[in-house]
Design a protein around this ligand. Structure first.
Ligand SMILES: [Mg+2]
Length: 405
C-alpha cells in the first residue's frame, strides 16, 4: 500500500497518482476536486492508531438498494450517514448512467441527504473517461435522453462526438421509421463534420431510446468499410478470413457500458435494459451474417474490468479520506451490496483483485431480487435491506459498533 507524505490537496493528488497509476488525468481531476470538497466538509479523518483505520469498505449498487426508481429506500440515509460518521469508506457502483458523474452525485446527495462526491462514484460509463486513445477520434455515442450522453462524453474529453440524431437529421432516409421523432431530434442535433463521416469507435453509453434507429446505424458501421458511414466492406462474408470477414476491415470497435437485461423501474414488472438492446442487436447480427460472432466489449457489473476500475476508485477515495494513515492497515474486504444476482452478486463473487482484496456479496430484497426467486448464484449473505447489509458487514469485520434503529 502506498502511503502519502502529507495530507495536503497536492500531496494527496500525487499519492493518488502513485497508488493508482492507471487512473487517467481526467480521473485525477475528479479526485483532486473531490479532495478539496472533502476537506471543506471536514471529512478528512486522522485516526489516532492503525486500529481505527477500517480494513474493510462497502460498495453499493444504487437502483434497488438506495433508490427505487427515484425514491429513496427507507433506512438508506441512516446506513450511509452511519458509515460517514464512522469514517468507513464506501463507493457507489452502478450499472446506471446517462448523466455526468457530477450531476448524478448532486442529485443523489440531495435525495439521500448525504454529502457524496464524484470520487466515490462509478457508473456504467465511467471507465470510458479513461479511454484516452479515442478522445481525438470520431465516435458514435448512443443511448440516453436527448444529447445528455454527448455532453457526458465531451466532459470526459472526447472531441468529436456524433449521435444517431445528428445522422438522422442530416439524412432522414437512413431510418424512415423515425419520422414522428424528427422535430425532437432536430432540437438537439448538430451538423455532421462531413456527409459520410468515418467513425473510430461506437459507444453505447445508456439505454437506447429509439432501438430501430440506433440498431440500424450500429449495424451499418459494423458492416462498413473502415467505419465510413454509407459503405459496405468487400470483406464481409469472405470464407477465407477470420469470422468470415465480418469486423475484419478496421470497423469501429463496439463498446457497451451495461450488460443488464432487466432493471427495476416504477412499473411492477422489471423492464428491458441495455442488455436487452444488445441481445436484439446480437439476434439481427446473427441473421444478417449467418452466424458470425459479434465482436464487442461489454463493461459494467459483473465484469472484472468494471470491478477493477471500481477498486482503484475505492483505494483512491480511501487514500484521500485517511491521508498519511491510509497505509496503516491494508484494505482486506469489500462488501458489495446489491439487488441483482447477475450483476452485483455474480460480479463480486467472481472478482479477482489484483491487490488481493476479498469481495463479499450481500443481496438485498428491495429491488430486482425478491424472496422466493431462484438463486442463480449464491450470495455471501441475504439481508432485507441496505441497513441490515451494513450491519452484516460490520459484524463480519468485527467493527466496534453497529447501526441501531
Ligand atoms: Mg440494482
Amino acid at each position: 500500500m502506498t502511503t502519502c507524505a502529507a495530507p495536503t490537496i497536492f500531496s494527496t493528488a500525487r499519492c493518488l497518482a502513485r497508488s493508482a497509476p492507471r487512473l487517467s488525468a481526467a480521473s485525477l481531476r475528479f479526485s483532486a476536486s473531490s479532495i478539496e470538497r472533502q476537506q471543506r466538509r471536514r471529512l478528512h479523518f486522522s485516526p489516532e492508531s492503525a486500529k481505527q483505520v477500517p480494513d474493510f469498505a462497502f460498495a453499493f449498487d444504487i437502483d434497488g438498494v438506495l433508490l427505487r426508481s427515484s425514491d429513496p429506500i427507507p433506512r438508506a440515509h441512516a446506513a450511509l450517514d452511519f458509515l460517514q460518521k464512522q469514517s468507513i469508506p464506501f463507493i457507489l457502483l452502478t450499472n446506471g448512467g446517462g448523466k455526468h458523474e457530477a450531476d448524478r452525485v448532486a442529485e443523489l446527495s440531495d435525495k439521500l441527504q448525504i454529502p457524496l462526491d464524484t470520487s466515490m462514484f462509478v457508473q456504467s460509463h465511467t471507465p470510458f473517461a479513461d479511454m484516452d486513445h479515442y478522445k481525438d477520434k470520431t465516435v458514435l455515442v448512443c443511448g440516453g435522453d436527448g444529447a445528455k450522453c454527448r455532453h457526458v462524453a465531451e466532459q470526459y474529453g472526447y472531441q468529436t462526438v456524433i449521435t444517431p440524431a445528428d445522422i438522422y437529421v442530416a439524412n432522414p432516409d437512413i431510418w424512415p421509421f423515425s419520422g414522428a421523432l424528427h422535430s425532437h431530434y432536430a432540437s438537439f442535433a448538430r451538423p455532421l463534420p462531413s456527409p459520410s463521416p468515418k467513425f473510430d469507435a461506437i459507444f453505447v453509453y445508456a439505454d437506447p431510446r429509439d432501438w430501430g434507429l440506433d440498431l440500424s446505424l450500429i449495424l451499418d458501421l459494423l458492416l462498413s468499410e473502415r467505419g465510413q458511414l454509407g459503405t459496405l466492406s468487400p470483406l464481409n462474408g469472405r470464407a477465407d478470413l477470420p469470422n468470415r470477414g465480418y469486423q475484419q476491415d478496421a470497423q469501429p470497435p463496439l463498446h457497451f457500458s451495461n450488460p443488464d437485461l432487466w432493471w427495476a423501474a416504477r412499473y411492477h414488472l422489471s423492464r428491458l435494459g441495455q442488455g436487452g438492446f444488445r441481445e436484439a442487436l446480437e439476434g439481427v447480427w446473427a441473421k444478417v451474417t449467418a452466424g458470425a460472432e459479434l465482436q464487442k466489449h461489454v463493461f459494467g457489473k459483473p465484469y472484472q474490468s468494471t470491478y477493477e476500475f471500481a477498486e482503484k476508485r475505492l483505494l483512491a477515495h480511501r487514500a484521500a479520506l485517511f491521508g498519511e494513515h491510509a497505509g496503516a492497515r491494508k484494505l482486506s474486504t469489500v462488501y458489495m451490496v446489491g439487488d441483482n444476482l447477475e450483476s452485483d452478486i455474480r460480479g463480486a463473487n467472481g472478482y479477482r483483485s489484483p491487490v488481493g482484496t476479498q469481495w463479499r456479496s450481500l443481496l438485498v430484497k428491495t429491488g430486482v431480487y425478491q424472496t422466493g426467486n431462484a438463486l442463480s448464484v449464491e450470495p455471501t449473505q441475504i439481508v432485507p435491506d441496505v441497513f441490515d447489509a451494513v450491519n452484516a458487514g460490520l459484524a463480519r469485520s468485527k467493527w466496534r459498533v453497529r447501526l441501531e434503529e
